[in-house]
Design a protein around this ligand. Structure first.
Ligand code: GAP
Length: 662
């Protein structure tokens, strides 16, 4: 994988975001806080538009999805049931010197010379030397060799102690005691390895300096370094990308951020900031189902904050520690129920959007449907299919709850270029088929039934041939047994599991089941970043004097653009123009976010709005006031992307604009 050249582009985007008030570093005046970002005036509008478009398309414009707004902190049992307490972890490695962590799978291969120290021993200050230490240390070579080896030290100490206490009857005990003291004081890190990759051109001395400060940080006084052999490594992922120090072992690192609820900071008061919005939907499934009069298949949508203590937040807002998600949990019947009711289960036969949902769809059809619905959403806000990509997760990549996941990718400026020169992209959204895992888990952990009763299923079941009933029962039984076995807890014997699976299969025959779920889960901040990258365009214009200037135009789709229209009087010092422009501004701001600007040359004002991504500019000129009578009460509308201009009557302006920005 090659490093993308476009990081220059990322730098430009980050700089524009700060300059124009899209995104700021959180707590910037205190030096910032890694992984946290604030949205400035333009960013806040952009974000609001995106969330509103998602909410409208996912809930208000559909009959089969309702919304939820749940708390960020929930009962900690939720995260035990969901598996997050136990398994929501990234494998990470730590630099032993700087304590900085990196995700094990994100260390780039490095090559070069490595200086390896096998350990260090403490060389005490002269004033604390006693006879035998002085003797040992006068022979530096024997000291270094010996330090690794307690036996050798023992011999060294023995020779000194035998001189010092010659003839003593307890010589052996004295030797043992002195060796222990010597070892504890000087050799505790005699076998603590430290290796460092030398950047090209750096002398071995710099490696020694790092090693000394490392051993000092462990409490080794005046370290005498052991080893120090230099060897070559090729494409090694064992070294920290910044410090060059050999990383510690790979360990799981739970990503949930913890807090305490209540005045006592004790184990039983630990609570978590939610790492995904999804679990609240599962936990409230019964309440929503009962109050919304929805029948399976139906969905529950939520937009809100999520928190993850990411090991390496990076790529601007792409991987943050606080971010927002837009998640839909779409509940469907298990395939066995669909088959019982409709006699068959429709499965995908061709790629692409499968069309309007049908009652005989199984989970695979619903999965494909939601992937394609989401792509349509992205296309509708300006991310063309060419900017997107797909990744179908392999069985090894799938989360513990998922039976299939398709990631929708966006080709970010930092996305890698593969050997074929192709950019695959990075995850914008995951569309997962989560089976009945989550509701089943909450049923088991809370003791509250999460199943639904399906009248259609009960009626259809009664009409099935006995062999069909037997076949479907068996399939459902096997599926439930598999889930129960996978999540077995202490005391769940095979007999108990079989009995429970049998009860579930009996339930199916009576019209009861735990719904399965398809989950399109998108990150708001990643989408904002994708929209910023997609919109960023530079144009070079040359004036009459031959002076060229690079200008930035943010070509947002009008639906997401923060400001929809700029309103400009041609001249600031003509009160009639200013008054008319303010009148037009007042007319428009009731319908959409408009921006009034009268300062500077008109070209400058256009340029400022181009940089903010405002798709339309309205200029009030003398013709508006009737200089050309046929143009009275008309304005010039300028299009951001090509600078084209057209004349529109003021009375038609709100409708004309709304048709393009909504
Ligand atoms: N409920 C499923 C779930 O949370 P996920 O793939 O971990 O799945 C879903 O997250 C989406 O949330 C991702 O596709 C991404 O857009 C966004 N997301 C996840 N972690 C993020 C982070 N650290 N920073 C910004 N966005 C993140």
């Amino acid at each position: 994988m090659a490093e993308p050249k476009e990081n220059v582009l990322m730098e430009k985007i980050v700089s524009l975001c700060k300059r124009r008030g899209f995104v700021f570093q959180s707590s910037e005046i205190y030096g910032g806080i890694n992984g946290f970002w604030d949205y400035g005036p333009l960013g806040a509008e952009l974000k609001r538009n995106v969330k509103e478009l998602w909410w409208n398309s996912m809930t208000r414009l559909r009959d089969d999805v309702v919304g939820l707004e749940a708390t960020i902190i929930m009962a900690p049992q939720i995260w035990k049931a969901s598996g997050h307490v136990e398994t929501f972890a990234d494998m990470m490695r730590e630099c032993p010197m700087t304590r900085k962590r990196v995700r094990t799978d994100q260390v780039e291969p490095q090559s070069g010379s490595v200086v390896k120290f096998t350990g260090a021993v403490s060389n005490p200050k002269p004033e604390v030397h006693d006879d035998y230490l002085t003797t040992i240390e006068t022979s530096a070579s024997s000291f270094s060799n010996a330090a690794n080896n307690r036996e050798a030290i023992n011999n060294c100490v023995k020779s000194v102690v035998s001189v010092k206490h010659s003839g003593a009857s307890d010589l052996d005990e004295r030797v043992e005691e002195e060796t222990g003291i010597f070892w504890a004081n000087h050799c505790t890190h005699a076998s603590t390895e430290f290796s460092i990759l030398l950047p090209a051109g750096k002398p071995v001395e710099s490696a020694k300096k790092s090693a000394i400060s490392f051993y000092q940080s462990l409490g080794v006084e005046n370290p005498v370094l052991l080893g120090g052999v230099t060897e070559k490594v090729e494409d090694s992922t064992d070294f920290h990308p910044e410090s060059g120090v050999k990383l510690g072992p790979s360990r799981p690192f739970n990503l949930m951020l913890q807090t305490y609820v209540g005045p006592i900071q004790s184990e039983e008061n630990i609570a978590y900031l939610r790492p995904e919005t999804a679990q609240a939907i599962f936990a409230q499934f019964k309440n929503v189902h009962e109050t919304s009069r929805q029948k399976v298949p139906f969905g529950i949508a939520q937009v809100g904050k999520a928190f993850r203590n990411e090991v390496t937040p990076r790529n601007f807002t792409f991987r943050s520690r606080e971010f927002e998600q837009m998640e839909l949990e779409f509940f469907i019947k298990p395939d066995e129920a669909v088959e019982a009711i409709h006699g068959n289960v429709a499965v995908p036969t061709a790629p692409g959007h499968p069309g309007e949902p049908q009652p005989n769809w199984g989970w695979q059809m619903w999965h494909q449907y939601w992937v394609e619905e989401r792509v349509r959403f992205y296309e509708g806000i300006g991310l063309s299919r060419a900017t997107l990509g797909f990744h179908i997760q392999t069985p090894e990549e799938l989360a513990h709850y998922a039976r299939a996941t398709t990631d929708i990718l966006f080709k970010f400026p930092f996305s890698k270029v593969d050997e074929q020169g192709e950019v695959k992209g990075d995850e914008l959204e995951g569309v997962a088929a989560r089976s009945d895992f989550d509701l089943s888990q909450h049923e088991r952990h809370s003791g509250k039934a999460m199943g639904v009763f399906d009248e259609d299923l009960r009626t259809a079941w009664g009409k099935l041939a006995p062999e069909k009933q037997k076949e479907l029962r068996q399939r459902y039984y096997e599926a439930r047994k598999k889930y129960l076995t996978k999540t077995a807890r202490e005391g769940d014997s095979p007999e108990k599991i079989e009995k429970e699976a049998q009860e579930d299969a009996d339930g199916l025959a009576k019209g009861q089941y735990i719904p399965h779920v398809i989950e399109p889960s998108a990150g708001v901040d990643r989408l904002i970043l994708a929209l910023l990258a997609n919109a960023f365009t530079e144009t070079t214009s040359t004036d009459e004097k031959g002076k060229s200037e690079v200008r930035t135009v943010m070509k947002f789709h009008p639906r997401v653009a923060p400001v929809k229209v700029g309103v400009f009087p041609l001249l600031k010092n003509k009160p009639e123009l200013v008054a008319k422009a303010k009148e037009v501004f007042q007319l428009l701001r009731g319908h959409m976010l408009a921006f009034y600007d009268e300062t500077g040359a008109i070209g400058r004002r256009y340029a400022r709005q181009d940089e903010a991504g405002t798709p339309f500019g309205v200029t009030i000129d003398f013709d508006t006031l009737g200089e050309k009578p046929e143009l009275l009460n008309t304005v010039t509308v300028r299009h951001r992307d090509d600078g084209a201009q057209e004349r529109i009557p003021i009375s038609e302006l709100p409708g004309w604009l709304l048709a393009r920005v909504k």
